[in-house]
Design a protein around this ligand. Structure first.
Ligand code: URP
Ligand code: ZN
Ligand code: ZN
Length: 471
């Protein structure tokens, strides 16, 4: 089947130009002016921008946590991603069993036949069993070229520094990228115990017990370990000004470190945690201050940070009250679990569908990013770093035809209705947007058109990744 997208303005990470795109089957076959394809179905993109489908390299679908589970699964989360113009997601495999291969198989089983956009996995390394280091390189055979380590969540996910160094050495040697959740687990443990002893229960104490200094210190530690291991490092969900400074310092020293931030750290602050419904903003690491937001924007503009992902990990605000989802009533325990104790509030928030529309208006529209930087940070660079380029994140002949027709004039009062996440709230409720995804294609098939869902479970395909680039 052929499809011709005509008269659009293409936006890539490098340039903006008018051209047609011819799609043959699942791939982009040609890009050029006035392409002729008499047998092709035509999609008129006059007045529209044409972007590569978004690549969100940090999601947690169907993740068990705090006695509940993140409320989007590998179908509902993929569908929300698609509505927001994202066609590739990368989720994290929990290390629930000693054998990594078994953990990966278990995550494939969790996805089952649900996937609605293309997806891949990172592997969490949260414990070193006798065979773990030897097993690491075999992840490449599973199509997994990245692992995540944690310097926080003591007694649960955290690895000691010597284990992180050992993991990074092996990973680096075999072309596997190490991701790091950078906070100081010991400091957090102490501050949480002190806060609880003093009777503090409110959501703001989540941030007060996870201070920016603990994150700044951990980013420098991670960079130092990467330097000693001579291995690349990608710091996830960066949130504090000092973290950007540490990353810039390490990059100046020639250490191959990269960083990601997420919209919540660009738009929200501790003030939001002090609202009566502040639990909605609880995530780890926490949202910080306007000064931190400013430095993160700078880091993106200056190239110190390479990606904007979401860390999508939604929970209901009130999981006792069902919502309507695809004609069924659904309620999943959520933030109310911690109404009397901030340490029991599930950590995480929705975002996979919000990322591109919010960043378009409040990043590009606000003059903080150019349209090309927007594409670079949300699609092309993540694809390059994680070994998906040029199959994903590119408008190029031979690339997968994952394409978004973006209507730059569409005005939307955003919120839970537009977002399609399977949860009962949206962080951007009532925000005015100018510019919105209109049509979304996954490998040449239309999955979203003018607010209508045309995708289905099972359309998404597992992406086997190879070693990515350090940029
Ligand atoms: O609060 C968050 N971020 N939950 C997801 C787990 C993580 O640390 O990324
Ligand atoms: Zn994390
Ligand atoms: Zn995460």
């Amino acid at each position: 089947m052929s499809l011709l997208i005509r008269n659009g303005t293409l936006i890539t990470a490098a340039e903006t130009f008018r051209a047609d795109i011819l799609i043959e089957g699942e791939k982009i076959a040609a890009i050029g002016a006035s392409l002729s394809a008499p047998d092709a179905e035509v999609l008129d993109a006059e007045g529209k921008l044409v972007l590569p489908g978004g690549v969100d390299v940090h999601t947690h679908f169907d993740l068990p946590m705090f006695g509940t589970v993140s409320s989007d699964d590998h179908y509902t989360g993929h569908k929300a991603a698609a509505f927001g113009g994202t066609t590739t997601v990368i989720d994290f495999v929990s290390q629930d069993m000693p054998a990594l291969r078994q953990c990966v198989e278990a995550w494939h089983a969790r996805v089952g036949g649900k996937a609605a956009v293309d997806y891949s996995f990172h592997m969490n390394i949260t414990r070193i069993y006798p065979d773990t280091l030897a097993e690491l390189p075999t992840l490449l055979e599973e199509g997994i070229s990245s692992i995540k380590v944690f310097t926080a969540y003591n007694n649960r996910l955290r690895l000691p520094d010597d284990d992180i160094l050992r993991v990074m050495r092996v990973a680096g040697k075999h072309g596997i990228l190490t991701l790091m959740h950078a906070e100081n687990g010991d400091v957090i443990e102490l501050l949480v115990a002190e806060a609880l002893a003093q009777g503090h229960t409110e959501p703001i104490w989540h941030a007060r017990t996870r201070p920016a200094w603990s994150a700044v210190e951990a980013v420098l530690r991670g960079a130092a370990l990467a330097g000693m291991a001579e291995a690349p490092l990608y710091v996830v969900h960066m949130n504090a000004a000092g973290e950007v400074d540490m990353l810039a310092y390490a990059r100046d020293q020639g250490v191959p470190v990269m960083g990601e931030t997420c919209p919540q750290y660009l738009f929200f602050s501790e003030e939001d945690l002090q609202r009566p419904d502040g639990a909605k903003w609880i995530c780890s690491p926490p949202v910080r201050t306007p000064a931190d937001q400013e430095r993160l924007w700078q880091g993106l503009a200056q190239g110190t940070l390479q990606a904007i992902a979401t860390d999508h990990c939604p929970f209901f605000y009130d999981g006792t009250q069902p919502i309507e989802y695809e004609g069924k009533r659904v309620a999943i325990p959520g933030k109310e679990l911690g109404k009397d104790d901030f340490t029991r509030i599930p950590n995480g928030l929705p975002g996979v569908g919000d990322r591109l529309p919010i960043l378009w208006t409040y990043g590009v529209g606000a003059g903080r990013l150019t349209p090309n930087q927007f594409v670079a940070l949300t699609a092309t660079q993540p694809a390059r770093i994680f070994g998906l380029y040029p199959q994903k994140g590119a408008l190029l002949p031979g690339a997968d035809a994952d394409i978004v027709l973006w209507d730059p004039s569409r005005q939307v009062t955003y919120g839970v209705q537009y977002a399609h996440h399977r949860t009962d709230y949206n962080l951007y409720e009532g925000w005015e947007l100018q510019g919105f995804p209109e049509t979304v294609l996954l490998r040449g098939q239309i999955i979203v058109q003018r607010g209508e869902w045309r995708g289905r479970p099972g359309m998404g395909r597992f992406l086997r990744r190879t070693t990515g680039e350090v940029i």
